[in-house]
Design a protein around this ligand. Structure first.
Ligand code: ATP
Length: 441
């Protein structure tokens, strides 16, 4: 059997459209740049990714979760440095007016859009935050921002969470939520979006112990990707050197994924020092000191180690990684199969009556009802059984359960494994257990 990996994001985006994973936002109006809608399978997949993250990050004693609001007091973004410094350098083609990130193209080459030469403007700094107004009066005092990262919602709640949950350092606060950036050049499918979701955790530590926490979280986060089925050869670390280290960080590394368009950041692990809490202390006038009872009631502003991963970008990597084309060119045996880890797969089990007739559909319905409260199931009666298996392969369903005439006689069903395509006969009263063992989570 021959097997090839995903060759281009176009191949994946057409599968995602065809199979109900992702649609362009407001597609009937021509779409809107950098925004996508999750279809029925896409949202299952995204929720599985987010649940896996939430479980791994908060089902432990030293991390708790919050859900902060998207709109925040605008001073938050002055304190964090986003109002003055959250910018990318932008240049325009004078000929066609297309806009590019100056650090992503070579301005000495012709414009990628219209081919004109030597026509670019000087780079200008462009703030990536979306602005809107709060309240009915449109003046500058009512300007507020859509948050460009979820992290600040955590920092401004540090004291609330620490005191109400009686947390002792080191401890972390985790959050999943939407973030918005007016990216100059969104694209590469869902790699660079203007509206996206982040899964972030800030781990508060005693100054001087950040290296230990940083190493620990690097290991946890890398293993999380591996445990979700990501192939190690498609992951690598990118340490930030002096040139690309953010001004507030003393150590930073990204986990990069080998996307079809090249290696790209999927997650950042940053040691952010006491920069954010100190800034909020300064701008709000509210103390962000921690009283360390384990160290003679010493008071200090905690240091922070952050882990930050985009749900959408992580999902893109998982889809790229899972995609396989088998036996290309061999009409009989060619198939596209998404080899998702069962935990991540949007549908866990498909129940398929061999025929609509002869009482098989009714029997299959009973089988479905017995398992569908435990696993996200699909029920498909349309087309030949071979075609239905291929459809399930393409959306990555680990198990197909087929109900046939023998089922009516002996109360057994055929269970087909997505990856090996092996089939086994299983008694209906053992099915729930079989599925649980086989999915392995
Ligand atoms: P990039 O260099 O790609 O612009 P960044 O360094 O600005 O990313 P961070 O601010 O560290 O990214 O954000 C943390 C994570 O959030 C990223 O690793 C990525 O997974 C996700 N993310 C950031 N920007 C976007 C975006 N525009 N679209 C989708 N996901 C994003």
């Amino acid at each position: 059997m021959s097997e090839t990996n995903l060759k281009s994001l176009n191949e994946l985006s057409s599968l995602c459209k065809r199979r109900g994973f992702l649609f362009q936002s407001s597609e009937i109006y021509g779409g809107v740049g950098g925004c996508w809608d999750y279809g029925p399978l896409g949202i299952e997949l995204k929720k599985n990714v987010q649940n896996s993250w939430w479980k791994s990050m908060t089902y432990r004693q030293d991390v708790v979760g919050i859900d902060a609001s998207i709109l925040m007091n605008p001073t938050v973004w002055k304190a964090s440095g986003h109002v003055d410094g959250f910018t990318d350098p932008m240049i325009d083609c004078k000929e066609c007016k297309a806009r590019f990130r100056a650090d992503q193209i070579d301005a000495n080459k012709p414009c990628q859009n219209c081919g004109a030469e030597g026509q670019f403007t000087e780079p200008r700094e462009f703030n990536l935050m979306f602005k809107t107004q709060m309240g009915p009066v449109e003046d500058s005092s009512s300007t507020i921002y859509l948050r460009p990262e979820t992290a600040q919602g955590i920092f401004v709640n540090f004291q609330n969470v620490q005191s109400t949950m009686r947390q002792k350092l080191p401890f972390g606060i985790a959050q999943i939520g939407k973030a918005f950036r007016n990216e100059i050049t969104p694209g590469n499918f869902i790699f660079r979006l203007r509206e996206f979701e982040q899964m972030e955790m800030q781990f508060f530590v005693k100054p001087g112990t950040q290296k230990e926490a940083y190493d620990k979280w690097k290991e946890i986060r890398y293993n999380w990707h591996i445990n979700n089925g990501m192939r190690a050869e498609n992951l690598r670390w990118h340490p930030h050197g002096e040139n690309d280290l953010a001004h507030y960080a003393d150590m930073a590394e990204d986990i990069e994924y080998n996307f079809p368009h090249g290696w790209g950041e999927m997650e950042g692990i940053h040691s952010r020092t006491d920069f954010d809490l100190s800034k909020h202390q300064e701008f709000s006038g509210k103390s962000q000191l921690y009283v360390d009872q384990a160290d003679g009631n010493k008071k200090y502003v905690p240091y922070v180690v952050e882990t930050s991963v985009g749900s959408d970008r992580c999902m893109l990597a998982l889809m790229c990684d899972a995609y396989r084309k088998e036996n290309e060119g061999d009409k009989e045996n060619e198939r596209v199969v998404m080899k998702f880890h069962p935990r991540i797969a949007p549908i866990k089990v498909a129940v398929l009556p061999l025929m609509k007739k002869g009482g098989l559909q009714e029997e299959a319905q009973k089988v479905l009802e017995n398992i569908q409260l435990n696993y996200r199931c699909d029920f498909d009666v349309a087309g030949s059984i071979g075609k239905r298996y291929r459809r399930q392969d393409e959306i990555g369903t680990p198990l197909c359960v087929t109900v046939d005439y023998d089922t009516l006689e002996d109360q057994t069903v055929t269970v087909r494994d997505r990856d090996s395509m092996k089939q086994e006969r299983v008694a209906i009263d053992q099915l729930d257990r079989y599925i649980r063992d086989h999915l392995g989570f």
